[in-house]
Design a protein around this ligand. Sequence first.
Ligand SMILES: Nc1ncnc2c1ncn2[C@@H]1O[C@H](COP(=O)(O)OP(=O)(O)O)[C@@H](O)[C@H]1O
Ligand SMILES: [Mg+2]
Length: 239
Amino acid sequence: MEKEKFLELKNMEAGYNETKILHDVSLFINEGEIVALMGPNGAGKSTILKAIFGLIPHTGNIFYEGEKIHPAPDRLVKMGIAFVPQGRRVFNNLTVEENLEIGGFFLNDKTECSRRVEHLFHLFPMLHEKRREYAGSLSGGQQQLLSIARGLMTQPKLLLLDEPTLGLAPKVVKEIFQMIKTINKNHKTAIMVVEHNLHSLLPITHRAYVLAHGKIVASDTGPVIAQSDILERVFMGKI
Ligand SMILES: Nc1ncnc2c1ncn2[C@@H]1O[C@H](COP(=O)(O)OP(=O)(O)O)[C@@H](O)[C@H]1O
Ligand SMILES: [Mg+2]
C-alpha cells in the first residue's frame, strides 16, 4: 500500500486578485521529511506557503493526513502546522523569553508554556543566554533563530519556513541549517523550506521541488537536483 502523504497539494492554483500566480501545482511532503522549494525570485514559492497556510485563497485540493482541508491559520496551528514567514518578524521591544511566550499564547496554560520555553532554551542555548535581552538588540541571525523557535512553540508536526537565511552571513547561515537539522531530528518535524542557498540546503533535504513561473518544473531527491543542470537553467531564465 502506498504510504499516506502527510500534506499534499493537488492541482492547486492561487494568486492575488485577478492575477493567477500558481498553475496546477501538485506536491507533497511525508512525515519527518525536509522538502525544499527552490526557484528564482517571483517564481511563486512564498505564494505556495501562503496558500497552504490559508493566507490567500486557492483552488484545487489540499490534503492533510489524507483528509481534504480548508486552510485558515488558526485551524492549521491546531492541526500541527506552523508558518515562519520571510523577514525575521520578532517583537523588538519584548525580550527573547517574552517573544517565545507569545508563540505559546494559544495554550492557555502557563505551566505548559514555560515547559516549552525551557525545552527550546535547552535545544538552542544561545536563546537561553539572551533570554532577558530585547529581541531588537539581537543580530539578524539571532533574530531568525528566535522567530523559528517561536514557531516551534506550537510543537508543529509540519513547519513551513520561508527563506530563513536571507541576508545572513555564511557563518550564521550554517547555524540556521544546523537548527533545521536539529528540529527535524529531535521531533521528526516535517519541514517545507523555501531557500536560495542551494548548496547548504540540498545535502540536508530529502526531496526538492523546482519552481519557475508558478509551475513545478522538476522534483527529485536533493542530490539528483544538485547534480542536474535544472537549477542553473531555471536561474538563468532558460525555463
Ligand atoms: N501581495 C501580493 N500582491 C500581488 N502580487 C503579489 C503579492 N505577493 C507576491 N506577488 C506576485 O506573485 C509572484 C510570486 O511571488 P512570490 O510567491 O512572493 O515569489 P517567490 O517567493 O518565489 O520569490 C510575483 O510575481 C509577485 O510579484
Ligand atoms: Mg518569497
